[in-house]
Structure formats: structure tokens, C-alpha cells
Design a protein around this ligand. Sequence first.
Ligand SMILES: Nc1ncnc2c1ncn2[C@@H]1O[C@H](COP(=O)(O)OP(=O)(O)OP(=O)(O)O)[C@@H](O)[C@H]1O
Length: 264
Amino acid sequence: MLNVTDLHIRRGHTVILKQIDWRVNRGENWVILGANGSGKTSLLRALTGYFPPTRGEIELLGGQYGSCDWRALREHIGIVTSSFTSLIAVAEPALDTVISGKFAQLDLWKKVTAAEKAAARKLLDLVDGGYLAEREWQYLSQGERQRVLIARALMARPRLLILDEPCAGLDPVARVEFLKLVDRLARSPRAPALVLVTHHVEEITPAFTHALLLRKGEVVAAGLRAKTLTSQKLSQVFAADVRLSRGAQGLRLSLASQQTVVCR
Ligand SMILES: Nc1ncnc2c1ncn2[C@@H]1O[C@H](COP(=O)(O)OP(=O)(O)OP(=O)(O)O)[C@@H](O)[C@H]1O
């Protein structure tokens, strides 16, 4: 689905991404994990065509950046990011926000068909947000906004869905509920491949089969979660002696001194 080869991004003297090799195959869900400033956002921007590479290649669904219409390719990528939240009209009902995802536009002005409305309602139901259809954006809680944004991204039937730190700002219960939703989504028929960007191992639910670990713009490890999510590799990622434990509650990271790591 996605093939990133020898990707370098440099601006002036600053090396932002260096020699990134990353391949996402159908049926895989990836987490991108890295400390602040490790290059996660830059990589996402490169994937969506907003950060032209200095060197290397990005191939998405058989089309290659630079040699085909990248805007058409980008339509296959859905993205849920908090940077949208300030761009949505405050009085827009959630249903319209979802429908606008079909047209990759932020302010819905087009006449909407009954079929589009029905599809948007179905997606709101899928994210447990059916009750939000008529509610204005300005009144939605952070957790509700994230769910509406997922439904919005799904409206365009993306092949790849990027969740960029979707749990930032969620309370612990809302976070657990949101992660359950992501897991459910991953198992739904014709689900897009998921890419979760996070600093927190607790957010890596069983749906995520693979991990890409970044540090200072370079790949520390990429591959199956069992091989990449290890104490040794995560110590490299966070430049600290950390221990990864696996329990009934999922993954947990702590400093070797037993203090829980707070990354942000
Ligand atoms: N256009 C640019 N010019 C110069 N430096 C840049 C540019 N864009 C990003 N950087 C730098 O590249 C590094 C990686 O930034 P990026 O935002 O990708 O990190 P990140 O992993 O997403 O961080 P965070 O977790 O804090 O969001 C940072 O040091 C940043 O200042």
C-alpha cells in the first residue's frame, strides 16, 4: 500500500528525516512512536504531499510522488489530526462536518444528497456518535470531536487512515473508550490500514500489528510489534533507560527507576 524508500528531508542545514525506509502492506496496522521532535509530523506531511522530499521515494497504492497526480493519491489517505479542530466552523452540525469529508473540504456549502446524509449517519453510528448529528462543533467535547473527525475521514473511504495523536486531551476513561473504538474499526469489514502516531505505548492496542520507531529523524526499528516494541529499542527512542511491560491492561512504559514515563 505504501512504500517509503530512502526518504531524506532537509531544510537549510537542518536534517529533519534521514534515510527512512518503511513499507506498509495490506492488512497491517502501524504505530509510529517517537519522542518530541523525532520527525513523526514531518513524515506524515511528506506522505500527504505537503513536505517535498530532498531525496528518496514515496509510493502510495502504486502511484509515485512526483510522477503522478499526488492530489488524487492523497484522496486515499484519511487523516485525523487536532490541527483541523480550529478550522471547522463553530456552528457546523456534526453531520455536516462528517459529510464534508467526502469532498475534502472544511466548510460544507454543496447541496447534500439524501444518500450522503444516510452514509454520514451510518458513520456517526459506527463511532458511537449518532446522538451528535445535529450538535454544533463548538459544543462537542474533545472525545466527541475525535470521533466525529474519524467519521469524517471515513466518509472519503480512505485506504489508509492516519490518527495523529488522537488521544491528546482525552481523559483516561474517554481514552480507553476511544481506543476500543479504534480496535473495533480495525476489525470492521473493508477497514482502511491504520497508522497511529503517538508518544504513549499505552495507546498501542492489539489492533496494531507493526511499529515504526523514530529518533531524531531516523528509524530505530520498523517491523512486527513483538520485535520492535522492546525495552532496549524504546530506551533508544526516548534516550533513557526504560522498561516495557505487558499486562492485562496492555503495554506500559516505566523508567528503570520505576517512575512512570510522562512524555508530554
Ligand atoms: N520546515 C522546517 N524547517 C526546519 N526544521 C523543521 C521544519 N519542520 C520540522 N522541523 C524540525 O524537524 C524536527 C522534527 O519535527 P516534527 O514536528 O516532525 O517532530 P514530531 O516527532 O512530530 O514532534 P512532536 O511529537 O513534538 O509533535 C523538529 O526539530 C522540528 O523543529
